[in-house]
Design a protein around this ligand. Structure first.
Ligand code: DX5
Ligand code: ZN
Length: 220
């Protein structure tokens, strides 16, 4: 029995009440707080920056899992680290020096993650196995919440699960996009141990969060 962690994406929260929303998912049993950072350049949407992470930090003691969909990324790592991120995840597609970026993240004492888009093969991850603490498989094209899960992502999760187990390292395998009650068990079976869920966590409003999170975990 694996230890499955649920990471609600606050992209689907009420942006006018973010502090309250972060407290609500924390009370509802979230393990990580997943923060989607978008720049209108690497992805076709704009969300939030380090000041918002800093403002939210006092609202939860859970792991802040910051997913950077921005390019360039290096100039912003320090800001997110100092704002209180615990894990900072970057995309190799966003620039030529992902290894340097991972080293930079670790130089601030933070966990470093690498994320790969649906159209990216696993090859770029292989040379990074010694450097990463988390691998994030995008199961939708990044930019928006509420999109449909891309089934091919399951094959990627299976391959990465083998690579992680072979490495003997303690690396989170996270999946992001289109996770709901139907796809969550498939992703878990394929080897994921951290599930990002935006719309599936926040649907129904605060009274439903605890039940939504329990269901994603596979508990009836
Ligand atoms: C997409 C983001 C996801 C998104 C997931 O670019 O990285 O974290 O918020 O939303 P759902 O769970 O609704 O697919
Ligand atoms: Zn994300």
């Amino acid at each position: 029995q694996k230890n499955i962690r649920i990471a609600p994406s606050i992209l689907s929260a009420d942006f006018a009440a973010l502090g309250q929303e972060v407290r609500a998912i924390t009370e509802a049993g979230a393990d990580y707080v997943h923060v989607d950072v978008m720049d209108g350049h690497f992805v076709p949407n704009i969300t939030i920056g380090p000041d918002v992470v800093k403002a939210l930090r006092p609202h939860s003691e859970r792991t802040f899992d910051v997913h950077l969909m921005i390019s360039p990324v290096d100039p912003y790592i320090e800001g997110f680290a100092k704002a209180g991120a615990d894990i900072i995840t970057v995309h190799p597609e966003a620039g030529p020096h992902v290894h340097r970026t991972l080293q930079l993240i670790k130089s601030f004492g933070k966990k470093a993650g690498v994320s790969i888009n649906p159209g990216t093969p696993l090859a770029p991850v292989k040379p990074l196995m010694e450097e990463v603490d988390l691998i994030l498989v995008m199961s939708v094209n990044p930019g928006f919440g509420g999109q449909a899960f891309i089934p091919e992502s399951l094959r990627k999760l299976e391959s990465l699960r083998r690579m992680i187990d072979d490495s003997g390292r303690d690396i989170d395998l996270e999946v992001d996009g289109g996770i709901n009650r139907e796809t969550a068990p498939q992703a878990i079976a394929a080897g994921a141990d951290v599930l990002v869920a935006g719309s599936a966590t926040f649907k129904g409003g605060p009274e439903a969060y605890a039940e939504n999170i329990r269901a994603l975990r596979g508990h009836a």
